[in-house]
Design a protein around this ligand. Sequence first.
Ligand SMILES: *[C@@H]1O[C@H](CO)[C@@H](O)[C@H](O)[C@H]1NC(C)=O
Ligand SMILES: *[C@@H]1O[C@H](CO)[C@@H](O)[C@H](O)[C@H]1NC(C)=O
Ligand SMILES: *[C@@H]1O[C@H](CO)[C@@H](O)[C@H](O)[C@H]1NC(C)=O
Ligand SMILES: *[C@@H]1O[C@H](CO)[C@@H](O)[C@H](O)[C@H]1NC(C)=O
Ligand SMILES: *[C@@H]1O[C@H](CO)[C@@H](O)[C@H](O)[C@H]1NC(C)=O
Ligand SMILES: *[C@@H]1O[C@H](CO)[C@@H](O)[C@H](O)[C@H]1NC(C)=O
Ligand SMILES: *[C@@H]1O[C@H](CO)[C@@H](O)[C@H](O)[C@H]1NC(C)=O
Ligand SMILES: *[C@@H]1O[C@H](CO)[C@@H](O)[C@H](O)[C@H]1NC(C)=O
Ligand SMILES: *[C@@H]1O[C@H](CO)[C@@H](O)[C@H](O)[C@H]1NC(C)=O
Ligand SMILES: *[C@@H]1O[C@H](CO)[C@@H](O)[C@H](O)[C@H]1NC(C)=O
Length: 483
Amino acid sequence: MAKATAAHEPLPPLLLLLALLAASYLAVTRLPAAAPLSALLLIGHPPLPAPAPGHSDSSSISSCAGFYAGAGPARAVSASVEEFGAVGDGVTSNTAAFRRAVAELEERARDGGGGARLEVPPGRWLTGSFNLTSRFTLFLHRGAVILGSQDPEEWPLIAPLPSYGRGRERLGPRHISLIHGEGLNDVVVTGNNGTIDGQGEMWWELWWNRTLNHTRGHLVELVNSSNILISNITLRNSPFWTVHPVYCSNVVMKDLTILAPLNAPNTDGIDPDSSSEVCIEDCYIESGDDLVAVKSGWDQYGISVGKPSTNIVIQRVSGTTPTCSGVGFGSEMSGGISNVLVRDLHVWNSAQAVRLKTDVGRGGYITNITIANVTMEKVKVPIRFSRGADDHSDDNYDRTALPRISNVLISDIVGVDLQRAPMLEAVAGAVYEGICFRNVSLRGIRRQDRWHCESVYGEAHGVFPAPCEEFRNNGSSSWCGFS
Ligand SMILES: *[C@@H]1O[C@H](CO)[C@@H](O)[C@H](O)[C@H]1NC(C)=O
Ligand SMILES: *[C@@H]1O[C@H](CO)[C@@H](O)[C@H](O)[C@H]1NC(C)=O
Ligand SMILES: *[C@@H]1O[C@H](CO)[C@@H](O)[C@H](O)[C@H]1NC(C)=O
Ligand SMILES: *[C@@H]1O[C@H](CO)[C@@H](O)[C@H](O)[C@H]1NC(C)=O
Ligand SMILES: *[C@@H]1O[C@H](CO)[C@@H](O)[C@H](O)[C@H]1NC(C)=O
Ligand SMILES: *[C@@H]1O[C@H](CO)[C@@H](O)[C@H](O)[C@H]1NC(C)=O
Ligand SMILES: *[C@@H]1O[C@H](CO)[C@@H](O)[C@H](O)[C@H]1NC(C)=O
Ligand SMILES: *[C@@H]1O[C@H](CO)[C@@H](O)[C@H](O)[C@H]1NC(C)=O
Ligand SMILES: *[C@@H]1O[C@H](CO)[C@@H](O)[C@H](O)[C@H]1NC(C)=O
Ligand SMILES: *[C@@H]1O[C@H](CO)[C@@H](O)[C@H](O)[C@H]1NC(C)=O
């Protein structure tokens, strides 16, 4: 904690909290990574001045190390999927081979406890959905492509998530993800940039044609699991949200390339949902929906499950999404979202760089959020708080359950070729307070356009163009980096 006191300004609450958490977490797990993780959360971060002496090389320590505490990609036992009869011709269905491989490797690793690794060699490996297991690595070699089956029955139906109460798109059960895991510990999906391609077009067409019977599956979903590392792979053409950790903790997603056509519906890149200790870094994402969306359940179902998304770092993400946002919060946020640090985000040709999206009936909160060093080009609305589209799980949502939004620090923002000034609207009946803008330069906004604020209040320091009245109280609260 010495580093904290070395800073010349007091720590904002989020950093202090994250640092304390990091310290206690590391004390428990005794990881050698203690210094890097706490340093990550303290150094080079906006309301702080220059890095503390002796820590000028912040690039080498700004990593997700410490969030994943599993054994890593190497395992005691390993085998190629070919051993289980898989054929990499792009035509043969390998569903049974993948399922057999995971079950058999789990068995072989049982005695040693060192876990197992399934290798996918170069080739085109068509498969339906299969489940992962604990202490397990799925390793995709360069040139390996896992292809999602085109038969909907190969994506069987599973129960909806309790925090959604139904499938997100259709009532009742939902299609399982292509690669799935539930109740697991220590799972790694990695490789030398091999590919998982969901071949989602069939599903997008069902959506466009309004002939979808059940909610589409994700490309990769982990439910109620901990110590997950997904890295060094390319994920393409997911039917629905691409990577979905839900009710998980200690999740690292790094060095990922996520691609979907820019018009492919709901192909979000990474959606941490009711999950904690999540770190996303160095990802390039282009898709038809948010690059990253932090969520926590839907209306009364999310409220009753009450599992927040908390302690999340999202750094060095870049990409484009013409109709959605670089980083989104919500619109499902009924379990609460807190302690999120987004930094070094680069977004272009997109609808928004950052959007907080909620709705009446959501309840929940979004608080202790820091968004720093965002660069954007050709973005329609750089920063947006929006009211959602009256999108509910069913008619039994609580009309008095308003979202609470507070303590949001947005600093060091540079945008060029923009169209609109920030649009900040609270959900009808709610008031959002404690929003701080510092060092924000937004250029290329249409001549007559002004900031648009409705029931959203806070402070602004060094902001161009001039903010709305609601941000001109000349305050200097601690949340905004003042003592
Ligand atoms: C937000 O930060 C404040 C100050 O550190 C802390 O008291 C509060 O518990 C945090 N809120 C949540 C929901 O984590
Ligand atoms: C995979 O896991 C899900 C959820 O735990 C379960 O419903 C499904 O039956 C499993 N599939 C297989 C093939 O074991
Ligand atoms: C979550 O997984 C653990 C095993 O890791 C299991 O004991 C627990 O019952 C699961 N919780 C739920 C809600 O399924
Ligand atoms: C991985 O593959 C993708 C898709 O081909 C490519 O765009 C990306 O640059 C590759 N990443 C690395 C690190 O080679
Ligand atoms: C969707 O409709 C188009 C045009 O009618 C058709 O070509 C396509 O096969 C349909 N897709 C699915 C998956 O039903
Ligand atoms: C949807 O349901 C209809 C009617 O039961 C069925 O004919 C069709 O094959 C189903 N489509 C899919 C993709 O499962
Ligand atoms: C990803 O690949 C790079 C370069 O091949 C390698 O140095 C790094 O260890 C890999 N990272 C992970 C988390 O697998
Ligand atoms: C800001 O983020 C960009 C990536 O978008 C990165 O190249 C740059 O180094 C960051 N600046 C600081 C001061 O960290
Ligand atoms: C304002 O933010 C930009 C972009 O991150 C950064 O380059 C610049 O140093 C910041 N200025 C101050 C005074 O912090
Ligand atoms: C805020 O400060 C500016 C510059 O010092 C001053 O012009 C303005 O009147 C102040 N606004 C309020 C509401 O006090």
